[in-house]
Design a protein around this ligand. Structure first.
Ligand code: F0G
Length: 450
């Protein structure tokens, strides 16, 4: 590892250690908090020695046309800002990142906003934003000579970890809550050859157990408590800034589960600002499901000073997390950027997901909380019409096809949940009809849906 270039700084007490000194659970030996990767060289360099923003921007754009595999990764394309490897030859990549930033024209019109975009992280190789973090942390695992890697997961982390481990030639162990993740995600972990254990525990229980296991066996922990994951997950911030011609949107809206992603994106924008690549940061807001909203409660009750875990319930299984590991980091980024932390109901999530789908942008329910949250922020005047907004869609629609089919069949929400929203829901629902195999029957079906 290139410890000359990076070190780990405890988010709680500020203790600094080298990468090699980290404990297997990535908790600080002094205070128990999590670490962040920092690059002391950046602040120590003066004048000519500092990275030249213009040259970096040019280099990163040029790499998109390069013949090198590493340059085709939307993470390693920015490798000057994540010098975490001794040799970039150890990078394990599936050419992740470089995801599209789609204009959301219909939602923008409906909300009276001029500029609304979706950064679709579901368009990554395994269908979620986890790939950007996994390429970084898996590369570290490989470089350090680990044979086994592991994660606890609500599904997407395990899918990404399994794929990257397979590419690296490492073995992987997945702990997931039994019956509480979407089948498509479990199938990915199996397809890529993970040892997959379904436990009679929730996500939080799986992570606690894994933390004990990695202290007893030489297994590299790949949950987002691993600070190298966040180094990869910060790079969509660079892509967004690049797409805005090295400006930033006024608002970035991110779903909140274990709260690693909001922290990572915040770190990305913060570093761009510190290095003089952008002039300011977006307001970063985090949206949770109402049934899994420990950070929302913490921010409302004590401004993020402490967090009381909750028993989590939501059909957006990816964010069914009651005791998020990175809550302190997320609270700090919301406060530092002047963003908001809010929650949305199951009905609001389902409607927002269907609205995104109707614009041709499928996503999984956990991603749709961003649009549902934006609607609330707009209604209360926290987002102005002239402001630019980017929603981070974290997972692909095919990750949880059952949810979508249940919505369109009308079986997803209870009558109580539908109450007051029937018209809206009916206008979005598309029933898969059974019709006779004749032109007349199909044309009649067309008329019926007009
Ligand atoms: N959206 C999706 C699709 C997710 O899979 C997750 C987290 C989140 C949002 C929340 O991100 O945890 O960084 O706040 N999924 C994890 C997993 C926990 O195991 O796949 P976060």
């Amino acid at each position: 590892m290139n410890d000359n270039l990076h070190q780990l700084r405890c988010f709680g007490c500020g203790a600094r250690i080298s990468g090699a000194e980290a404990q297997p659970d990535f908790r600080c030996a002094v205070c128990g908090d999590l670490f962040e990767v920092e690059y002391p060289g950046w602040s120590q360099r003066q004048g000519h020695d500092r990275p030249n923003p213009g040259a970096l921007k040019w280099l990163w754009r040029e790499r998109r046309c390069s013949a090198e595999t590493l340059d085709h990764s939307g993470v390693w394309r920015f490798r000057e800002l994540l010098p975490i490897l001794e040799s970039f030859g150890n990078a394990v990549t599936l050419q992740e990142g470089n995801t599209p930033l789609y204009p959301l024209t219909r939602a923008a019109k409906a909300l009276g906003i001029d500029q609304l975009y979706a950064k679709h992280q579901g368009m990554n190789p395994t269908g979620s934003f986890k790939d950007t973090g996994m390429t970084a942390a898996m590369s570290v695992a490989k470089e350090r000579g680990f044979e086994w890697v592991a994660c606890a997961s609500t599904g997407n982390t395990s899918a990404a970890m399994a794929a990257y481990a397979a590419r690296a030639g490492l073995r992987s162990l997945v702990l997931i809550p039994e019956g509480k993740i979407a089948w498509g995600k479990l199938s990915q972990a199996m397809d890529y050859g993970s040892v997959t254990c379904q436990l009679k525990a929730d996500f939080d229980g799986c992570l606690t157990l894994l933390t004990q296991i990695v202290k007893e066996a030489p297994i590299y922990l790949l949950n987002s408590v691993n600070p190298y994951r966040l180094e990869g997950q910060k790079t969509p911030a660079f892509e967004i800034a690049e797409a805005f011609d090295w400006n930033v949107p006024d608002h970035l809206i991110v779903p909140g589960g274990n709260l690693g992603n909001s922290s990572a994106l915040g770190k990305g924008f913060r570093e761009l600002k510190e290095l003089g690549l952008v002039a300011r940061m977006p307001r970063i807001s985090v949206v949770q499901a109402a049934g899994a909203n420990p950070l929302v409660r913490s921010m409302a009750e004590n401004h993020g000073a402490s967090l009381e875990p909750v028993e989590a319930h939501t059909r957006a299984t990816a964010i069914r997390i009651g005791n998020p590991a990175s809550w302190r980091k997320a609270a700090r980024i919301i406060q530092d950027t002047g963003g908001w932390c809010l929650d949305v109901t199951e009905t609001e999530i389902a409607i927002a997901k269907a609205e995104l789908g109707a614009e041709g942008l499928g996503c999984e329910p956990a991603s749709a909380v961003t649009l549902a949250g934006l609607k609330k922020l707009r209604a209360e005047g926290s987002v102005a019409s002239g402001e630019s907004v980017v929603l981070v869609l974290t997972g692909h629609t095919l990750k949880d096809a059952d949810y979508t089919i249940d919505f369109h069949r009308g079986t997803l929400l209870s009558d109580e949940e539908k109450a007051g929203h029937e018209k809206e829901i009916d206008s979005l629902r598309r029933n898969a009809q059974v019709v006779e195999a004749t032109p007349a029957a199909v044309l009649a079906a067309l008329k019926g849906s007009a």
